[in-house]
Design a protein around this ligand. Structure first.
Ligand code: DAH
Length: 344
């Protein structure tokens, strides 16, 4: 066979073999092997043919060279196309492995209300069933509502600036009163006054909200906590009513008998005043303070103390929640540690 015919024959064979090998390459590894075999710069089949091309006679070279260049370009094109195909297959298979439609779905973790919020809702629910509606008051208060109207005179130690969060600005609570300093309320008893000022008797309300005291935080103290205030004023309201309402409340919230006891105590806004304990685990736990509304308080809001009597109570919400769920440290409620919050 003449040298040119031999050369062109081999060129055809190499083209055929190269295109077949590239088309058959299933992965990057096979592709690289095919590339080295046919396009390798040192000993690839096309390199060999290029050397054979140089040996051809002068007048045979142009036609042979043209054909060689065509073949080389086609094989390079086929290599590029094969690369793209392998690349696409690879990302398609990785994707398939990551998405298994038969796997069970991932259940999103649902949050829930904070334990104190839940407790407040429950307290409102229980007291609602006992006939108490819900009232609200501001957390920034004046001294009239936080102290004076509650029969806490100016010299009283509870008004010490070190015992309260006073604010810098002073305002007049009413046009006929001198400007008085503002403070973050230290008790929800303020709402008793606000409600009675705007409502003629009878009133039968609770108010649940935040109160603030500059206490150092420890297991049982926190500078902010919640109280539930209760107030029932009407004709002929007696201590027996106070006792039965608190007993029913305790029975509903803690379950069981709701056995409670009263210890004599003192609050400026009640007379007589008591501290209320309830039976718990063979002992007693303190629920809060209560008493019969002091006639001075009724008079301060324009109620006639000769005609109306009432009782009031104030319970610590965190304390109620802690006792019920055996929480040892009030600070747990405000750390926002989900490991704690998730338990409720
Ligand atoms: N305000 C009191 C406190 O913060 C609690 C309290 C006691 C509220 C007796 C009352 C009450 O309504 O009658 O310590």
């Amino acid at each position: 066979m003449p040298a040119l015919a031999q050369f062109l024959h081999e060129l055809d064979a190499v083209e055929h073999a190269a295109l077949a090998a590239l088309a058959a390459a299933a992965d990057a590894h096979a592709l690289e092997a095919a590339r080295v075999q046919f396009l390798g710069a040192r000993s690839g089949r096309l390199k060999e043919l290029q050397q054979a091309l140089a040996q051809l006679a002068r007048d045979e070279k142009p036609a042979a060279g043209k054909r060689f260049n065509e073949v080389k370009a086609r094989v390079e094109e086929a290599l590029a196309a094969a690369r793209q195909r392998v690349e696409q297959q690879k990302s398609a298979t990785t994707h398939e492995a990551a998405f298994d439609p038969t796997l069970p779905g991932r259940r999103p973790r649902l949050g829930h209300l904070h334990p104190i919020t839940r407790t407040i809702d429950e307290l409102k629910d229980i007291m609602g069933r006992l006939g108490f509606s819900v009232a609200d008051g501001p957390e920034v208060e004046d001294e009239w509502h936080n102290f004076e109207a509650l029969n806490i005179p100016p010299a009283h130690p509870a008004r010490d600036p070190l015992e309260n969060f006073y604010l810098a600005a002073a305002v007049a609570a009413r046009p006929d009163r001198a400007a008085s300093p503002l403070l973050l309320r230290s008790q929800t008893s303020t709402v008793q006054i606000r409600v009675m000022e705007r409502t003629p008797p009878p009133v039968r309300i609770i108010s649940v909200g935040r109160v603030y005291r500059p206490d150092t935080a420890d297991a049982t103290h926190y500078p902010m906590f919640h109280q539930m205030e209760g107030l029932w004023v009407d004709r002929h309201v007696t201590m027996a009513d106070l006792k039965s309402v608190l007993r029913l409340f305790a029975a509903c919230y803690f379950g069981g008998e709701g056995h409670i006891r009263f210890r004599p105590s003192f609050f400026p806004f009640t007379e007589p005043s008591v501290e209320v304990d309830m039976a718990w685990n063979q002992g007693w736990i303190e629920m809060g303070g209560a008493g019969m509304v002091d006639p001075h308080v009724l008079a301060a809001v324009g109620y006639d103390p000769e005609e109306y009597t009432g009782f009031a109570f104030g319970l610590g919400v965190e304390r109620l929640c802690m006792r019920r769920y055996q929480v040892e440290d009030i600070r747990e409620f405000y750390k926002n540690d989900v490991r704690f919050l998730r338990k409720f």
